[in-house]
Ligand binder design. Sequence first.
Ligand code: ADP
Ligand code: MG
Length: 741
Amino acid sequence: MAKDKAEASGLSGVSVGALYGVGPARCRAFAKLGVHTVEDLLHHYPRAYEYRGDIRLLSETSPEGKSAVILTVSTAPRAAMIRRGMTLLRFRAYDESCSAGGSCEITYFNQNYLKDTFAVGATYRFYGKVERRGSGYMMVSPAFEEVTPGREDELPALIPVYPATEGLSQKQIASAVSLALRMAASGGEDDMLPAQTRQERALCAQSFALRSIHRPRDMESLALAKRRLVYDEFYLFALGLAATRARVREGVAPVCDRADLSVLEAQLPFSLTGAQRRAIEDIRREMASSVPMSRMVVGDVGCGKTVCAAAAMLFAVQSGRQAALMAPTEILARQHARELSDLFSRMGISCELLIGATTAAKKRDIRARLADGTLSVVIGTQALLSDGVEFAAPALVVTDEQHRFGVNQRATLSQKNRHAHLLVMSATPIPRSLALGLYGDLDISRIDEMPPGRQVVDTFVVDEGYRARLNGFIRKQVAEGGQVYVVCPAIDEQRADADDELDEDVLLGDVSLRGAFDMDLSALQRAAHGDKPPLKTALGMAEQLAHDLGDIAVECLHGKMKAAQKDEIMARFVSGEVKVLVSTTVIEVGVNVPSATLMIVENAERFGLAQLHQLRGRVGRGKRKSYCVLVAGSRPGETARRRLETMRTQHDGFEIARQDLLLRGPGDFLRGGSDGESGAGIRQSGGIQFRLADGCDDADLMETAFADARSLLEQDATLSGYPVLRERMERMFTVDASILN
Ligand code: ADP
Ligand code: MG
């Protein structure tokens, strides 16, 4: 759905350059923030607000954090050059708490143009750190606004803090936003939402919402604005997914109607569970039709999704067609190839692995056989689709562990495969209430039944004090024939590996948007300090364990290693030669080593619930009793403690997902993956741009928006009566072609 400039109406057709004061340089800076048009600017929401409403006397300020003070200028600003290229502007100001001579010295660096701004006798609200200095005070580069004496109350208490970039100051963004708001007000833009929906859901008007998110009069209007805008994002999102689905269904896929599951069943050492059978039946039915299948099989780790994928691929091949299976990592692709090629060869189906490490000659051979149709199944990573691979008779694309993909990536994938069936395997057990909305572009088969005999992985939460006993436990497991994973949040002191976006709420501004509603001052203070103890690193931990465990074979695996090296280490762990594998979360998803019996997660407080659940799913896959030990670093926060407690007591993926939803809010689920599970790059390129919904913790609001979107579509499937809505939705869903190219 590329944006058609000619169709764009209203402010989405007006460049930010049209605003007074925004020249070519600022246009370029805005472009870096993704702001091209006035409309984009209106939706460039503050990332936080500074609360300047708590006005203190100088004598009441604390040297910790920032304070708001109202001061009158007592000396004219004087500029001094302190060295080449560095000037200093200085003056004094006071309030009623100042004794004679004990005023506040205010300094600005390299801002000589302010010289004429501050007149003696004029009053300003200053906001910044107030430090004591002798009998007086000092502030360096405080933010300021002029105050008309007697009208202090009219100053806004909440000042927006925008995502900014080099070449654009907060003030410059704010002033451009003011102009954009004025333009919007005079332009009389239509409200995107049908009036009836707005009324029924008690949502404020779009114009009020936009004004208030940028210039909140108070907390109440900010809350109203946020509620409306978050609703809009969910609503547009649901509409966009439905549109994607409708478009996919217009395509034509090969009819695969010669499916015979018994061929597969004859090769399996177990019988299929009822849930697996139902999922496979959904797949069989849809592949037998020319309407492209877009189906997701969702099921907890270890429920046996791979065999469903194998069945789908078999159906394609039985009808004389080809299938591709894509995994998110080479490790996983290799593992699937190992498990499936054996199974396929027993059914007489040709199957090859095509990854970066494949030799050039082999790659050529595989491509040739895919192109002439003599190779039936190919397994690889996402790169499969971009490497100029041509299929003679493609019928099916399977992607495994799709939760690493964002919606946009799915949309792109479906678009590229309009002539094939799509099957998505996901281990993220999304609560049922959310799945409908979050995956509105896919039909869902749920595997809600585990193969018989699965054991519960006993889970313990410990702290550093248990280190010696933990090492003893590792020795015992290894002595009994087990193997051990140790997962760390970082590679070394510098690198955080795949999960550099950890799940802690990092407060960026003084008040994060999330916090803007409850003004948690202690959180503000903690954020100001940022004194986190260092994280356990995979390299450091591997060295330590190799030393502590003596003759037990320890190896380290992380995402920044060369693929061949990763494969080699993984292969030695699979073969049982390596007993203890210290790694980052690269092993998180899908890895299947049945003799692994102990999972240790270091700095477990830094991982999200979904991720911990995935990690724990790496053990307990064989016959042996298995354990998971979550090592909490010092002082985990309240949310982190609750996560660890949930892990200790809960083993059902759906229940964990529900708790996760409660702890994190639905917004996090939307970003194209759960916490930390994808590299930052994937998250950024793969997700739809959620600006506010990210921090939303109101699951009801989301469900309402999804339901409303569905009923609107029932009335008007193409949104022909809602051009503004359609345009906004299409802009949100601009297909991101970069991921497959
Ligand atoms: P996941 O859903 O996490 O991808 P897998 O497909 O890797 O799970 O299956 C996990 C393990 O369970 C594999 O070793 C697989 O052979 C086994 N398995 C799958 N289905 C069954 C079943 N119906 N009965 C017994 N074992 C099964
Ligand atoms: Mg799997």
